[in-house]
Ligand binder design. Structure first.
Ligand code: GCU
Length: 465
């Protein structure tokens, strides 16, 4: 995941300070004998239950706002207060010790305010009275409305390592503060909310890209993604191949596989696109990493392997030094031989185990549930009804088997649907998956990428998502 530097988040409306010394005070005194207060002093609540400070706060519009109380408590005992807004109880606030009367900390609470003047009262609830109260800061309405998706994303000036993107502005009830240019679930570049064109210069030559743009408001609400632009960058014109991979070695063998590892090649461009593993002259594996397992081999047989590196322009290195490795005798049993079959899963996303040790696994993009036995037998049980993809990272996601499976035969699934992400229940009984699902929790927000979806039962028997 590429890290992006985000612009500072401005509040929806500028925060306003309300000094305690100008508030209405009952059973308390304005003092200034402990440094570090703002304004001209702070309020020392009398050490009695019922002493209070009441602030008058004007709100431009009705809605939820964040109250931040700045205080000091030089004792080690909490000084809780009850909070009322316009006479209505709004909970209790805890003001634990800050270490010293000169150490000021903050406590926050979101409350609903009416348009116009609001009376916010903090009343001590214990005989110790309240903390020393410096000020109340009120910050703007908590915004939960996401921007609209940016429209008409287009790419131009596509070069080996860069491309320029333009799009039409997203709109938002408060304002768009940034756009993320995304490749799959990764951010390639972040620009400010008033920017509608940018050149991304960390692309790689001869590489396929799917680019979209998402908008964010100051509260961090993400838009749905824009349209996706697809292109392949041209080769860079480089003709120098990478160096040959070094130190090809076998890291483990089984009766039907050999695992290989090698040292990285280097390339004048700085980037190795991948490695190809050859068994004799046949290419048997391709990987971006420095290891591969060749499967489907015969027991007790010698095989000779070489590895070549490729750069992004398709220049291929000389072959590594050859390695000969011999598979072991026939397997003694007990080790699941998953390798071959599991490569036929479209996108394995989650797995859980039935009481008999059989695995149930989800396929994200085909929305299917697979059953895999400890000996590696794989059966497709069926599709989860109503699951849809997002041309991104949505689909059939988590699976969790009921802790009471022996009696209820229930399995829980998390999937993307046409309007939301949801958790549903199905049954798997007598070798048969139910054809229908029952919703358990609906309305979880969906997006092209980042749909969450992991499910597990806790030791408390509750289902966690
Ligand atoms: C001390 C401290 C005061 C504080 C008081 C209290 O006297 O100096 O600022 O208000 O303790 O316990 O409330």
């Amino acid at each position: 995941m590429t890290l992006a530097v985000l612009p500072a988040l401005p509040a929806g409306a500028a925060p306003t300070d309300h000094e305690s010394e100008t508030a209405t005070i009952s059973q308390g005194a304005v003092e200034k004998n402990h440094a570090g207060y703002s304004g001209t002093g702070f309020v020392n609540f009398d050490n009695v239950a019922g002493s209070y400070v009441e602030y008058t706060v004007n709100a431009a519009q009705a809605g939820t706002q964040t109250l931040t109380f700045r205080y000091a408590n030089g004792t080690t005992i909490d000084r809780p207060v009850s909070l009322t807004v316009n006479g209505t109880a709004a909970g209790t606030l805890s003001f634990p010790g800050t270490g010293a009367w000169t150490t000021w900390k903050t406590v926050t609470k979101d409350v609903a305010l009416a348009a116009g003047a609001n009376k916010i009262r903090t009343t001590a609830t214990t005989a110790n009275g309240g903390p020393n109260a410096d000020k109340l800061t009120v910050s703007g309405v908590v915004d939960t409305e996401a921007p609209t998706p940016p429209k008409n994303l287009a790419a131009k000036d596509i070069k080996a390592r860069s491309a320029t993107f333009t799009w039409e502005a997203a709109t938002d009830n408060v304002g768009v503060v940034r756009y993320d240019v995304m490749r799959g679930g990764n951010v390639l570049k972040t620009v400010e909310g008033n920017t509608l064109t940018t050149t991304v210069d960390n692309l790689q030559p001869n590489t396929a890209y799917d680019i979209s743009v998402g908008a964010f408001d100051a509260a961090g609400n993400p838009s749905q993604q824009s349209n996706v632009v697809q292109f392949t960058t041209p080769p860079s014109g480089d003709t120098t191949p990478p160096t040959a991979p070094g130190n090809l070695r076998s890291t483990s063998v089984t009766a039907n596989s050999v695992s290989l590892a090698w040292n990285a090649s280097t390339d004048n461009s700085g980037t190795i696109a991948g490695y190809d593993v050859y068994q004799g002259t046949a290419k048997v594996a391709t990987t971006p990493s420095l290891e591969a397992t060749v499967t489907g081999l015969t027991a007790n047989t010698s095989y000779t392997f070489t590895v070549k590196a490729r750069d992004l322009d398709g220049n291929t290195s000389a072959a590594s030094t050859a390695l000969t490795a011999k598979t072991s005798g026939a397997a003694g049993g007990g080790i699941p031989e998953y390798d071959k079959d599991i490569t036929k899963v479209d996108l394995a996303w989650s797995v859980d185990f039935l009481p008999d040790g059989t695995a149930l696994a989800t396929e994200r993009d085909r929305f299917e549930i697979l059953r895999i036995t400890p000996s590696g037998e794989k059966t497709t049980l069926g599709k989860v009804p109503g699951a849809v993809g997002t041309s991104g990272e949505g689909g059939l996601l988590g699976i969790a088997i009921s802790p009471d499976y022996a009696t209820d035969h229930a399995i829980y699934l998390y999937h993307t649907a046409s309007g939301d992400n949801r958790i549903v229940k199905m049954t798997y009984e007598n070798g048969k998956l139910s054809s229908a699902s029952t919703p358990v929790l609906t309305g979880i927000a969906k997006n092209r990428y980042h749909n969450g979806g992991r499910l597990r039962f806790g030791p408390d028997g509750k289902l966690y998502a």
